[in-house]
Design a protein around this ligand. Structure first.
Ligand code: ADP
Ligand code: MG
Length: 250
């Protein structure tokens, strides 16, 4: 029997807020280059799971391993240095900076010490990479505009492009399609496929848009009340009776 090489291993993670078991014993693994979808009704613990994996909050118990190393509770900075990044459910762009400067700042944040950054070139040598990303995300026509002047959908694209600036090996995306119009949703999916193909990173994607999940993710996890209710190919999970009942609120 062959075993998958260890990449991301989430092991029995639990997070309680008083009596609320937001995440109640979740385990799953993600292989190199894999795209995994996470679905589940509102309040089922998806964001708390991400926050527990990515050091935003300390899990009550359980652990997370990345490439064989225990990363439980590591700070976002330590995780970024190991090639782990994320996007948030809410926008994290610097509204007063241009699109291009947002991308440069996103990669710079984790580069070197403060004095090293002060004396580096103004774009820290990242301008070329930012321009490639701008090209890929079709943001060239707005690259020099302040991010805050753009539509929500475009800011969402910038937000996602920022997560990919440090060339991460694993990215967790929390509802990338939320508030994005349908034409941009398809573009976003194609971009993620392209980034997965060219950069080879793994993605874990929380999303309510089932069409997006079905087309993007060969493997889907459905969370309900803090637990994994079903896991497998998207068509199988979507047709699961317990999953359907959970979505209908029984
Ligand atoms: N900081 C917090 N304090 C108390 N309860 C929280 C906190 N964060 C999340 N919760 C609760 O944990 C549960 C899971 O929330 P969340 O992870 O945001 O779900 P999802 O992302 O699936 O919508 C919900 O019942 C929510 O109210
Ligand atoms: Mg959420």
């Amino acid at each position: 029997m062959t075993t998958k090489p260890s990449f991301l291993e989430v092991k029995d993670v639990r997070k309680a807020y008083g009596a609320i078991k937001a995440v109640d014993g979740v385990s799953f693994s993600v292989g190199p280059g894999e795209i995994v979808g996470v679905i589940g009704p509102n309040g089922s613990g998806k964001t708390t799971l991400f926050n527990s994996i990515l050091g935003q909050i300390k899990p009550t118990s359980g652990g997370v391993e990345f490439c064989g190393e225990d990363i439980t509770g590591m700070s976002p900075l330590e995780l970024s240095r190991r090639g782990v990044g994320r996007t948030f459910q809410t926008l994290q762009v610097f509204t007063h900076l241009s699109v291009r400067d947002n991308l440069i700042a996103a990669a710079q944040e984790f580069k070197g010490t403060m004095p090293a950054r002060l004396f580096a070139a103004p774009d820290a040598g990242l301008g070329h990479h930012a321009d490639e990303m701008i090209e890929l995300f079709r943001l060239k026509h707005v690259a020099h505009l302040k991010a805050g002047t753009l539509s929500y959908g475009q800011q969402k694209l910038i937000d996602i492009a920022m997560a990919f600036m440090p060339a991460p090996r694993l990215v967790l995306l929390d509802e990338p399609c939320a508030g994005v119009n349908p034409s941009l949703v398809d573009q976003l999916r194609e971009l993620l496929v392209e980034l997965n193909r060219t950069q080879g990173g793994s993605f874990v994607v929380i999303e309510h848009n089932m069409d997006f999940i079905m087309k993007l993710c060969p493997h889907v996890i459905c969370m309900v009340e803090g637990k994994v209710l079903a896991e497998g190919p998207p068509a199988e999970v979507q047709a699961n009776r317990q999953v359907l009942e959970a979505y209908l609120g029984n």
